[in-house]
Design a binder for this molecule. Structure first.
Ligand code: NI
Ligand code: MN
Length: 229
């Protein structure tokens, strides 16, 4: 059974499939970070998109661990230009990795990395990820608006755990994420991408109560908390 440790914002440590993976490891500068970058030991890193609050410490972690970065093609190529090992993918594509299967979904959002001097680096399309390890499927939606094709994602996949952004302003807010849950039909849903910054402050218990009222299992996971699924 995979175990997922929430590191705050959209960042996770995923253990399963005989390996360890970090997802969107924004730790340095993340007020909710449950771990520091130098505490992360992984073989793989999945980046949903290039925004700095997801890219985070990816280059440092990849280098320290000799880890491979899985990301949409343009973003992966940018990481490669900085010296990282990569596995580029793109929307709609799946691949069988040693740990299991990863398929990229659409996400309605942006994807650029802002360098320290303010230069905007185009990173292609943003993604969500369907990660299947040990026969269990996690859907990390990345940053996204609500989109009706989530219904297709729910019909085509048996999703055991969904991590959905609820913070509003940059992504879905609570009510849109509740509708997303109805489309995706996950075994359990956990909220992400909230309360890191003032502009995305919401009450995650409101989200959980609303999904429970629709018959879904929802859980607020505190940074550092572990979810089995
Ligand atoms: Ni973003
Ligand atoms: Mn974000």
């Amino acid at each position: 059974m995979p175990t997922l440790t929430y590191l705050g914002h959209s960042a996770f440590l995923l253990e399963g499939g005989g390996t360890k993976m970090a997802i969107d490891p924004f730790l340095t500068g993340n007020p909710l970070a449950a771990k520091q970058a130098d505490e992360i030991e992984v073989e793989w890193i999945y980046l949903t998109h290039g925004h700095n609050d997801h890219f985070g410490d990816v280059l440092t972690i990849a280098k320290a661990n000799n880890a491979t970065i899985i990301a949409p093609f343009e973003l992966a190529t940018y990481c490669e230009s900085k010296g990282s090992q990569i596995h580029p993918m793109h929307i709609g594509g799946a691949h069988e990795f040693p740990f299991g299967r990863l398929k990229l979904t659409i996400a309605h959002h942006g994807s650029a990395f802002i360098e320290e001097n303010g230069t905007i680096v185009y990173c292609g399309n943003p993604s969500g990820g369907l990660i299947t390890m040990d026969g269990k499927t996690l859907y990390h939606a990345g940053d996204t608006a609500l989109f009706y094709d989530m219904k297709l994602i729910g019909e085509m996949n048996s999703i055991d755990l969904a991590a959905l952004p609820i913070g509003d302003n940059f992504t879905m807010g609570i009510d849109d994420a509740v509708m997303a849950t109805e489309y995706i039909k996950p075994g359990k849903v956990i909220p992400i991408h909230y309360n890191t910054f003032d502009v995305i402050k919401v009450n995650p218990s409101e989200f959980v109560e609303k999904v429970q009222a629709k018959g879904f299992a929802g859980q607020v996971v505190e940074p550092g908390g572990v979810v089995e699924y």
